[in-house]
Design a protein around this ligand. Structure first.
Ligand code: HAM
Length: 414
């Protein structure tokens, strides 16, 4: 026998209770986001590599190490989407969304792909719920988005949730700060990890993210972007916070908060859960006022977030979602009645009932055992003199005409 094949490392099948829990999560996400005016969007699973190189940023881990890129037959470089914001910015331009009333508010639940080292909570194909509001720089957009993600996590029953927020300012104010941070890092170069040292020129802010003890000690006293915000950026941050305060959102201003993507400007935020292990980030996002321009469009502000479906489920340890009910289980009691059983099952489904047809040739005893297992309310066994219909709840059984089965089960009692 040849070797049995398995899913690639860092990927998994979605089935059983997990599939039910995901459906329940999708219903909650839809309800939270559509109530706030977000419309569903789905973009392709792959896009041109250049979209992510330009959108996510050439110096990021995602673009440097984690993209699944390939050449198609026409020699174009394509990439399985590692995130959803750059594709949505592309869609905004492609569909002329600037002509619509602004901001355009979109939400998604899609799978994403990153070639990361797999571990608990970190996969190579994973799902995100995300929300993006494009076309307004109103601080209420940022605050509304934070509140919506908090509402979603609360509705899912996520445990030990904490929120950190910060502001990265606008690119202009960041230039001066970057220089200041680079000079500081160079002064302490001997205490930094090799990786951080190598990135002083390319991406000095990532030093805030390092695990390396020496680097962390240096970063404790490093200059912070929030202290270098321009007046308009500082005002925007204050206005976001005022709105969060007004609705009682609890957060910590974390001046060391950096995110692994280059498009962020001004507000950034991250929700973590104490119920998760080392991969504690359950969802995060921020403002990206330069992204659309970066992708060749006109200056257009935007803001959004994404939250990992697997991490939200892990953080919420909810009771298993019940499988949908089965109204009727249909079986032929004798050879020659299979077609009639098939017809009854199809008719009952057409009439709106949830129906299972016996498909494994079980004995009558086996049929009842299986019907009990799937939680069927009624069992119909076709015989030569009619249908033996049993109410599995009361145990009552009666032989009825095939044509009246639906009437009996709709009535709810035998
Ligand atoms: P991100 O922080 O890279 O942001 O990902 C958002 C969330 O996706 C994370 O908090 C985490 O829950 C989940 N996630 C990320 N990578 C993995 C993985 N390998 N395995 C499992 N879950 C993962 C973004 O993707 C931005 N597009 C968010 C955004 C939207 N910013 C503005 N708009």
């Amino acid at each position: 026998m040849s070797e049995q094949l398995q899913v690639p490392r860092g990927t998994f099948d979605v089935l059983g209770d997990d599939a039910l829990a995901r459906e329940a999560l999708e219903r909650v996400a839809r309800s939270v986001l559509e109530r706030a005016g977000y419309e569903r969007i789905e973009t392709p699973a792959f896009e041109s590599t250049e979209l992510f190189a330009r959108g996510v940023g050439a110096s990021t881990d995602i673009v440097q190490k984690e993209m699944y890129s390939f050449q198609d037959g026409g020699g174009r470089s394509l990439t399985l989407r590692p995130e959803g914001t750059a594709p949505i910015a592309r869609a905004y331009m492609e569909h002329g969304f600037k002509q619509r009333p602004q901001p355009v508010k979109l939400w998604y639940l899609s799978s994403f792909f990153r070639a990361e080292a797999p571990q608990k909570g970190r996969y190579r194909q994973f799902w995100q719920v995300g929300a993006e509001a494009i076309g307004s720089d109103d601080p209420a957009v940022d605050a509304e988005l934070v509140v919506l993600l908090q509402e979603l996590l609360e509705a899912l029953g996520a445990q030990g949730v904490r929120l950190r927020i910060s502001s990265l300012g606008s690119p202009e104010s960041r230039v001066a700060y970057r220089g200041e941070l680079q000079a500081y890092l160079r002064r302490h170069e001997d205490q930094l990890s090799a990786e951080v040292r190598d990135r002083i020129d390319l991406n000095p802010l990532r030093a805030f993210d390092a695990d390396h003890a020496g680097t962390r000690a240096v970063m404790e006293h490093a200059p912070r972007m929030v202290d270098s915000l321009s007046a308009p950026d500082a005002a925007h941050f204050a206005q976001v916070r005022a709105r969060l305060d007004a609705v009682g959102v609890v957060y910590e201003v974390d001046t060391a908060l950096v995110r692994g993507i280059d498009y962020y400007t001004r507000t950034v935020f991250e929700f973590t859960s104490d119920a998760l292990g080392s991969q504690s980030g359950v969802g995060g996002g921020g403002r990206y006022d330069g992204l659309i321009e970066q992708l060749g469009g006109p200056p257009t502000p935007g803001c959004g977030w994404a939250a990992g479906v697997e991490r939200m489920l892990m953080a919420s340890q909810q009771a298993a979602v019940a499988a949908p009910p089965v109204d009727l289980y249909v079986a032929a009691g004798e050879q020659g009645l299979q077609v009639a059983a098939f017809r009854l099952a199809c008719d009952a489904r057409r009439a709106g009932h949830a129906v299972r047809l016996e498909l494994a040739g079980r004995s009558i005893k086996g049929v009842f055992k299986q019907a009990d297992k799937v939680g069927a309310r009624y069992v119909a066994v076709l015989g030569p003199d009619g249908v033996a219909l049993r109410d599995m709840e009361s145990g009552a059984q009666q032989t009825v005409d095939a044509d009246t089965v639906m009437h009996h089960i709709r009535g709810g009692q035998l």
